[in-house]
Design a protein around this ligand. Structure first.
Ligand code: GDP
Ligand code: MG
Length: 441
């Protein structure tokens, strides 16, 4: 991941004053590699790097950061900014029926996403939805949409392969009007590759249906191709947004950056699975996090480095990543760092989704408890800190007495340590994402 790569370049001298061509060269090269590895299209990578370089040059470096770290901050900020704003959602402010046109290559997930959107709009936004397929080339595609509509509880406007796509759209629009539907979603035919026939057809559909939302549906796994396809569709149609599908199979996230940069349009939804509820609103920071590999850990580490000794923070970061060899001495170090960083609550705020943690979890950690936990660990021998399993009855009594606590406090600390250790193991190798998901329930 980018973080791993960067650990190498981040070790430069700190407090160099300003970012210069010289002191950002190595880090920029690593960022470039990381973006390419995340499958961001090459021209997009080039633009992005140039942009970051020109913003970075001459920028002052605060004394606690290395130039590498200062640059990474800029990279993160630019990445998030480029990804657009949070929760753009659909704009359906028009006289009903509001029409949504789904465009994209064959297999990109248009029909599936039509069903997902229909369900989303009905359940979350309490809209009445009708769907229609203009895919006259594959009769199975129309049947597929009918099944999908039925599951989503949306009205299905029938069509057949001997009709003209534009006529189908006009007929459906009429039916949606008379049926007082709030929304009409038009699913279209795609080809395997961009071609003029397809573009003409979808342009005609656009003229007839006058959609308020024209969504470009794109498979996140198509990597480098995503940018080219996006350009072709953005040239042919006034796109209003993007649905990025199959993100469940793509750990890299690069297509989001490519498509966003190429179309200039917001990514509105992510497809996260085959089922009709596997649709999520897009959060730019999460994708930036995915592209950067380790996400908010990076900012935690940065902050740690502002407040505590850099080597210590790096050591903890390495252990966090490995998730093994994590002992009570490390636990104590973490407790101390958390306190020096403004307490656990300010830390919790930085973890995405931590706000939704159940209260009993949050309640486990308040700062006075931290100090007591620290005292308990202080009363242990180095051997006990390394191998907590040897702490049995008489040792527990000794530790409790030494730290002015009760045996049950020692037990609680050991349990909390075990939970922390388990969490560390889970974070091993990309597990951070999983952990975040879990935390979000
Ligand atoms: P269309 O040709 O653009 O209409 O594409 P479809 O909607 O038929 O989808 C093509 C394939 O991709 C189907 O097998 C879908 O189940 C699958 N698919 C679509 N969206 C997603 C997604 O977000 N995640 C996963 N895993 N599969 C998806
Ligand atoms: Mg289809």
């Amino acid at each position: 991941s980018l973080t791993e790569r960067l650990n190498k370049t981040l070790k430069d001298l700190r407090g160099q004053g300003r970012l210069t061509e010289d002191n950002i060269r190595d880090t920029l090269r690593e960022v470039r590699m990381a973006l390419l590895e995340a499958d961001v299209a090459l021209p997009v990578v080039k633009d992005f790097i140039e942009h970051v370089r020109s913003r970075a040059l001459g920028e002052e470096v605060s004394t606690s950061l290395t130039p590498g770290q200062a640059l990474i901050k800029i990279v993160r900020e630019e990445l998030v900014r480029l990804m657009g704003d949070d929760g753009e959602g659909l704009n359906l402010n028009t006289r009903p029926p509001a029409v949504i046109l789904m465009a994209g290559l064959q297999g990109s997930g248009k029909t599936t996403s039509t069903g997902k959107l229909a369900r989303w709009l009905q359940e979350r936004e309490k809209k009445s939805v009708m769907v229609v397929s203009t895919d006259i080339y594959r009769p199975a595609a129309i049947d597929q949409l009918e099944t999908v509509a039925e599951k989503a509880g949306a009205a299905f406007h029938p069509s057949s392969s001997d009709q003209d796509p534009a006529d189908i759209a006009a007929g459906a629009l009429q039916a949606a009007r008379t049926g007082h539907k709030d929304v009409l979603i038009i699913d279209t035919a795609g080809r395997l590759h961009v071609d003029e026939g397809m573009m003409d057809e979808v342009r005609r559909l656009h003229e007839v249906a006058e959609p308020v939302e024209t969504l470009f549906v794109v498979d996140s796994m198509t990597g480098q191709d995503a940018a080219n396809t996006a350009r072709a569709f953005a040239d042919a149609l006034p796109l209003t947004g993007v649905v990025l599908t199959k993100t469940d199979g793509d750990a890299r996230g690069g297509a989001a950056l490519s498509v966003r940069h190429t179309t200039g349009r917001p990514i509105k939804f992510l497809g996260t699975g085959e089922k009709d509820d596997a649709l999520e609103p897009f959060h730019p920071d999460r994708i930036a996090q995915r592209i950067l590999g380790m996400g908010d850990m990076l900012s935690l580490i940065e902050e740690a480095e502002n407040k505590v000794d850099q080597q210590k923070a790096e050591k903890v970061a390495r252990k966090l990543k490995k998730g093994k060899g994590f002992d009570l001495a490390d636990f104590r170090e973490q407790l101390q760092q958390m306190q020096s960083m403004g307490g656990v609550n300010s830390l919790m705020d930085k973890l995405p989704g931590a706000g939704q943690l159940p209260d009993h979890v949050k309640g486990q950690v308040d700062d006075s408890q931290f100090r007591r936990m620290e005292a308990i660990i202080n009363s242990m021998t180095p051997g006990e800190r390394q191998r907590p399993d040897i702490i049995k009855g008489s040792r527990k009594r000794r530790i409790a007495a030494g730290s002015g606590t009760q045996v049950q406090d020692v037990n609680r600390l050991l349990k909390q340590f075990q939970q922390m250790q388990k969490m560390m193991k889970k974070m091993k190798g990309g597990g951070m994402q999983k952990l975040m998901k879990q935390m979000q329930g």
